[in-house]
Design a protein around this ligand. Sequence first.
Ligand code: F0G
Length: 436
Amino acid sequence: MSDNINKTGITIKCAACGEKFNDLTALATCSKCGGLLDITPAMPALCSEELQNLFDSRVSIATMRGSAAGRSGVWRFRELVLPISDADIVSHPEGNTPLLDRPVISKFAGVKDLLIKHEGFNPSGSFKDRGMTVAVTQAKRCGATAIACASTGNTSSSLAAYGAQAGIPALVMVPAGRITMGKLAQTVAYGARTLLVRGDFDDCLRLVRESSEKLGVYLANSLNPFRIEGQKTIMFELLQQLAWQSPDWVALPAGNLGNTSAFGKALREAHGLGLIKRIPRLLSVQASGAAPFAHDFANNFAKRTSVRAETIATAIRIGDPASWDRAVAAIRFTNGVVTSVSDEQIMQAKQVIDSSGVGCEPASAASVAGVRELVARGIIAPHERVVAMLTGHILKDPEKLLNTNDGHGHPAANAPIEIDATLSAVERVLQNATKA
Ligand code: F0G
């Protein structure tokens, strides 16, 4: 470890070999053994009630004015993330996402008390902004000259946005022909240098890791422990919205397993600090064509497997999840469950979520599909309180909203109707609608 004084009080340590790093490290993984790095925040010298009061005091009117960091739903919890001052922070702001209650979605899932936390309300339209504000802040702190990531589209959009804000050039690698139009357009428009790699996400991640090691660019994938620290705040904010009363279950879609890891870590810390009394069970949901983690769960995590991933939910089309070790710890700590759902189940859930007026991208709907599956299997009881995460905005994947089978790109369930510009034509449509 270098002699730099660690101003933030956080500890950065390799989970595999124990090597320690100072808090201005530009490394995303261990330089000695390549292992994943873990961050331990300095425990604040406040009791649980004082901490709750501190976090609560930063909500309401404070979320409407002041610095971006002061209004952020990530930096509100900075004592448990990275305790630095506003001037050092690259924030949009982000977070402060809503907790929604939609009876049609609850009914579909089969639980009375289902809440939806919609992370698609973040500035670039996905939960990735929570981790990216912290990773790009760290990139700035350690003087990075370029930042890079591999992505199925949301991480790249987020990195492009925060890189633009920080004035640090961003390089992204995405699988050629396998990224949605919304995500590609966003990434390019925010100004990231975009490489369409002939391969899948797992190839992109291998390539970006090599580039980071050999070419010295700052790696912003969720391997990077600062991403995990930011994503913990999804859970902190959810618990705060529930007045620090834990739900029974928290369901989320799972791909590269950064979020599963972050949720487990947040719960361990929140419980350790006395912010919550009870630990909710995590339900990580994969698409059945990209479900190595669900497979390993079924085998009690005896070994780690990988697959060639294929699913309609492009965001979670990942066959060799990078944060496997951390995610295993998260599932074990929370007595969690990992399951998989078919593309058909995902699209069925998405249709219900979309037509409720909430909307989400396909991968996000896996959480609700997973809850329905576990209720059907008798693992989640209908009276239990469940929170399902929606991770990305409906417009991230406009292609899936449209049925291109008719050759005109019209929505499948609710095709638009072309009419003459006359009142009688409108009247006819209205009459048919009321008859239906
Ligand atoms: N939901 C959405 C909308 C995502 O974009 C991702 C991951 C996940 C869920 C899965 O989260 O990887 O933490 O298990 N998207 C990454 C990307 C891989 O590149 O945007 P995870």
